[in-house]
Design a protein around this ligand. Structure first.
Ligand code: PMP
Ligand code: GLU
Length: 395
């Protein structure tokens, strides 16, 4: 009986990435040897000094509420990290700490959108953006891109999608799911449009420390003129292998947005977990060498997976420049064994060959599947061997 449910709840789609991770765990718990390319989380243990900081915080009795928007020490640590890494200066009052970057984004959309307000979302996009925008009463305006253009948004197409209801655009570079890093030229082009049409820019920079080869990351607010119209979103989940701690943050010079989002948080989750905040201070202020160790390992895994994908008949992918995902074109498999789209490919791989991946549909492309390389080289080799056999078996 759905009569008790709100329209909002009825229309909501659950997170496809988390659904696949849950399915993967369920099959493993039944003793099925599944290779998991679904989960978008680092498989490394959280560095020891960070775990120790969490323990010490509990021992010190930091087991009570903190200020809603995060402890002053954590806000200072965030401000310091951003300034050290990117020479971008924020004040602690311009930071809001939330329960993961996902929660930061949720708070932002709730704080800025009225019913019918439009947000530009560049496809392929992370599964949660359209849903979070819709939950706020807003309208996600999906702007397609071409694989031959490295999935970069095309300026003319973006401008054509802007209406008087457009309030913001969301940028995610390096991108989940494509691993593509926006070049300076694209950032400048988007900045020009934001300026011309007076738009807010939400920049989800959660993968800023996972950049490969000699690619260079630049935070969006550092583009001249953009600091005051951007909201930077980041967190400790990916950089420090801390997904379960649930700490993310936003930074913006627009203090009214910080206040509105903080007030929202005060009526929903209160503060983020107290010991998790202590652990995050250590992550941001302590030694950073393990970040580079993990990044290098991810790069090797990327190389391995990318080579294996491109030597497989029926598969192709662009080389990811960041994050830990390969967005694999599976359109050549359509029409074989009743396969019509990426959902069928993902189902076939999981049920028949015990490899979990996320279908591309929820990311805005039915011709792709997303493979995460946040797993060991051994598992990548085994999983890719299974996928290669799966492709050979299709007639
Ligand atoms: N943005 C993107 C693009 C992501 O892939 C994730 C991963 N969950 C997040 C935000 C949120 O991360 P978290 O809530 O763990 O900080
Ligand atoms: N962001 C990761 C992913 O895309 C983790 C799951 C989620 O929050 O979506 O797989």
């Amino acid at each position: 009986m759905t009569k008790w449910l709100s329209q909002r709840a009825l229309q909501l789609k659950p997170s496809a990435t988390l659904a696949i991770s849950a399915k993967e765990k369920e099959l493993k718990s039944k003793g099925i040897d599944v290779i998991g390319f679904g989960a978008g989380e680092p498989d490394f243990p959280t560095p020891a000094h960070i775990r120790e900081a969490a323990k010490q915080s509990i021992e010190r009795g930091e087991t009570f509420y903190t200020p809603v928007g995060g402890t002053p020490e954590l806000k200072k640590a965030i401000v310091h990290r951003i300034s050290q890494d990117y020479q971008l200066s924020y004040e602690p009052e311009e930071i809001l700490v939330s329960c993961g970057a996902k929660h930061s984004l949720y708070n932002i959309f709730q704080a800025i959108l009225d019913p019918g307000d439009e947000v530009l979302v560049f496809a392929p996009f992370w599964v949660s953006y359209p849903e979070m925008i819709a939950l706020s009463g807003g309208v996600p305006v999906l702007i397609p891109s071409q694989e031959k253009d490295f999935f970069l948004p095309d300026g003319a197409r973006v401008e054509a999608a802007i209406t008087r209801r457009t309030k913001a655009m969301i940028i995610n570079s390096p991108s989940n799911p494509t691993g593509i890093l926006y070049p300076q030229e694209t950032l400048h082009q988007l900045a020009g449009l934001a300026e011309k049409h007076d738009l807010l820019v939400i920049s989800d920079e959660i993968y800023d420390k996972l950049i490969y080869d000699d690619a260079k990351f630049r935070p969006f607010p550092s583009i001249p003129g953009m600091k005051d119209r951007s909201i930077l979103v980041n967190g400790v989940s990916k950089t420090y292998a801390m997904t379960g701690f649930r700490i993310g943050y936003l930074a913006t010079t627009n203090r009214l947005i910080v206040k509105a989002a903080t007030d929202l948080q005060s009526q929903s989750t209160s503060n983020p977990s107290n010991p998790a905040q202590a652990a995050s201070i250590e992550a941001l202020q302590g030694p950073q060498n393990e970040v580079e160790v993990m990044r290098k390992i991810f790069e090797q895994r990327r190389n391995l997976m990318f080579n294996l994908i491109n030597e497989t008949d029926g598969l192709s992918a662009l080389k990811p420049q960041g994050a830990f995902y390969a967005f694999v074109n599976v359109s050549a498999l359509a029409g074989k064994n009743g396969i019509t789209d990426s959902g069928d490919v993902a189902k076939y791989l999981l049920e028949r060959h015990h490899v979990a991946c996320v279908p591309g549909g929820p990311f805005g492309s039915n011709e792709h599947i997303r493979l995460s390389f946040a797993t060991s080289e051994e598992k990548i080799s085994e999983g890719m061997a299974r996928i290669q056999k799966a492709c050979r078996d299709l007639k």
